[in-house]
Design a protein around this ligand. Structure first.
Ligand code: AMP
Length: 390
């Protein structure tokens, strides 16, 4: 069965078409600058990348072009061959603890949750509506980034702020990257050959989150009401003293919007090292640049802090996984983290750690906790959830 996995942004549309249940990728690509001048799309097919400049008025036009490409490349005979479309939705609030078939009610709820994801949820609705128009007979499924974290106990998702903020304004921890955490934890359970496991998944890329998982269920995660919580990230500050906000507002005469922008786009690794990409920070460290050394120390410290917290919360851990851009590729960052975990009897295998983008065990057999690199695959997870619902 052919299942289309879709990630719609306000001016982008990323897609992968899977043959399920084989999980093979038939075609993948993205439409960019939709509704803007200079729009184009790229498609990767049979190892070849094609880029075409076209006028993309809206997401519907993008889907129509995609269908034509699929037919021209003999991937499908007709539109009807695509039986299901899975859509990434960033915020599912407390409504959705799993992926669901899209109905008017589901669209209404995604819309209602806009204040919690002002950029992402409206874009998802645009993508969903366009897909419904084009793929009229396909089952449409919503896969939420927050759903996997809905199993957190209340004492973990509530903030110690007035209870009415939770009741009246839905202020609580929702987490993010849930599709990635779910994929990697399932993969890890497959490797371990059991499901009654205690896992810590470190999704560290330009956005970073760590999740504690027991018996396949999330019990705690580092992102919060928004993705700007928990770890230090590429440009986000993560956890800070909340009182910094009114203090700096008065001292620097900055509006809340300005501060919010700085904390999301001009903080994190970028603020400390002047780079938001860990490759540049690694270069800086190798050149002895102090601010890069400092940024890396801060970043690693925060990752280790969360691993330590979740180790205690889980009452021990079977395995730790590193995923996303930094987790999959930064040999230096994984090494720095595992050095700090020696106290938990983690014994790194330096040769095995010397790898990028591959699934591999990076600790020695005598290590008390097994550490793995597991490349994430959110698109496949969306396709799997969609296929299972169909
Ligand atoms: P993501 O958001 O998961 O796509 O991760 C993107 C981030 O991964 C980049 O900003 C880099 O910080 C990091 N990254 C990607 N490739 C490498 C690499 N080869 N070495 C170190 N860091 C990398």
């Amino acid at each position: 069965m052919k299942v289309l996995s879709v990630n719609a942004g306000s001016s982008t549309l990323k897609f992968q078409l899977f043959e399920m249940p084989e999980e093979s990728v038939l075609i993948q690509g993205s439409f960019e600058r939709i509704g803007e001048v200079g729009s184009f799309y790229t498609i990767r097919i049979n190892g070849e990348k094609i880029k075409k400049e076209v006028d993309l008025k809206n997401h519907g036009v993008a889907f129509e072009i995609l269908v034509n490409e699929l037919i021209e490349n003999n991937i499908v005979n007709s539109l009807e061959d695509i039986k299901a479309v899975g859509h990434r939705v960033v915020q599912g609030g407390s409504y959705f603890d799993k992926s669901v078939v899209i109905t008017d009610d589901v669209i209404g709820k995604i819309d209602e949750l806009k204040p919690l994801a002002p950029l992402h949820n409206p874009a998802a609705i645009t993508g969903i509506k366009a897909a419904i128009e084009v793929f009229k007979d396909a089952v449409q499924v919503a896969v939420f980034d927050t759903a996997f974290h809905q199993t957190m106990p209340k004492y973990n998702y509530l903030y110690p702020v007035p209870y009415s903020w939770y009741e009246d304004y839905s202020v609580r921890k929702y987490g993010a990257h849930g599709t990635s955490h779910k994929y990697v934890s399932e993969r890890l359970n497959n490797i371990l050959g059991k499901t009654d496991t205690k896992l810590i998944i470190c999704h560290i890329g330009s956005g970073c989150s760590i999740t504690a998982i027991e018996n396949g269920k999330c019990i705690n995660t580092s992102m919060g009401l928004t993705p700007n919580a928990g770890l230090m990230m590429g440009t986000r500050c993560g956890d800070i003293d909340a009182s910094i906000i009114p203090y700096i507002s008065k001292k620097a005469n900055m509006s809340l919007d300005m501060i919010d922008h700085v904390l999301n786009k001009e903080s994190g690794l970028l603020a400390i090292s002047t780079h938001n990409d860990s490759r540049d920070i690694e270069d800086g460290i190798n050149n002895g640049e102090e601010r890069c050394i400092l940024a890396q120390k801060m970043f690693v410290r925060k990752v280790v802090d969360y691993i330590a917290k979740y180790y205690v919360e889980l009452n021990g851990v079977d395995a730790i996984a590193f995923t996303a851009g930094i987790g999959e590729n930064s040999i230096m960052t994984r090494k720095d983290i595992m050095e700090e975990l020696k106290v938990l009897s983690v014994v790194m295998d330096e040769d095995k750690n010397n790898t990028r983008g591959k699934e591999v065990l990076i600790t020695k057999p005598e290590s008390k906790i097994a550490c793995y690199v597991i490349p994430t695959n959110e698109e496949l997870m969306i396709a799997k959830d969609t296929y299972n619902l169909v």
